[in-house]
Design a protein around this ligand. Sequence first.
Ligand SMILES: [Zn+2]
Length: 317
Amino acid sequence: MVESRAPLVGDDTKHVGFLFDPVFLEHRTPPGHPESPRRLKSILDHLSTSGLLGRLRSLPVTPAPREDLLAVHDRAYLEELALPGERYLDPDTFISSRSREAALAAAGAVCSALDSCRAGEISRAFCAVRPPGHHAEPARGMGFCLINNAAVAARHAQRIGYARVMIVDFDVHHGNGTQAAFYDDDTVFYFSTHEYPHYPGTGAASERGTGKGVGFTRNIPLSSGSGDAEMRHAYHDVFRAETAAFRPDCCIVSAGYDLHEGDPLADLAVSDQGVREIVRTIVAACAGMPLVCTLEGGYHLATLARCVGITLEELLL
Ligand SMILES: [Zn+2]
């Protein structure tokens, strides 16, 4: 779908990759569910009409390598996902007939983007995927998430030579799954800003890691109504300092746009300009290293599409 819209001529001059696959639309959710295929259609329409899509290097998506999946998720949980039949994993999280295929491709997209960075084809990428990933824990899916795309990609990054991985998560919800995957690990840093208290309940400032992972998890919980000023402090002051101290080899961004004031699922008050400043600060702090964004939340369709466009404008700079 994307390949037919994006001109291939001159692709070798494009440094920002874009990864999408029609299988992401085949993860079906019940009528009225906010995490619907319409989210990606809205993004694709906006990127197409705005001309942004033509400035991106369209890259193919392959399923996540099994060893990277097993580096994050329990074998028994992966087998459970493979069981036939449509069903609810939790009251919010539905599995349709092709959900597992979509989830493996979603995680695979982030891995593929890192491969392309490693090969020198691109320096940054945006993965327009669903289902999202950051709530998926090693042994269970939840909160619309089946496979933890960012976490699997972090293990993939390490396997292809990026020893130290920064994961930064600006989705309005705390990425409990990503935190759990690396809580005792000093090679993957997890940085999150999120509304608190709010779903899923984790993400207190006191959660800083365990064992040798102490100091490699940083949570910035924000009260309802927080907006651009609080985010400016979190990213300009805290994230920059943590990144400088950690010295990562690559950066994976859990890009959730439900932090926006227009989103129906939460109550932060971040503006378009606030989203731009967050992304700009992350890009600057991670200059000189691969940076791959993976879509998490964002449920107001027009706002979501516009903010993905803003993100891509910053990645293209
Ligand atoms: Zn979210």
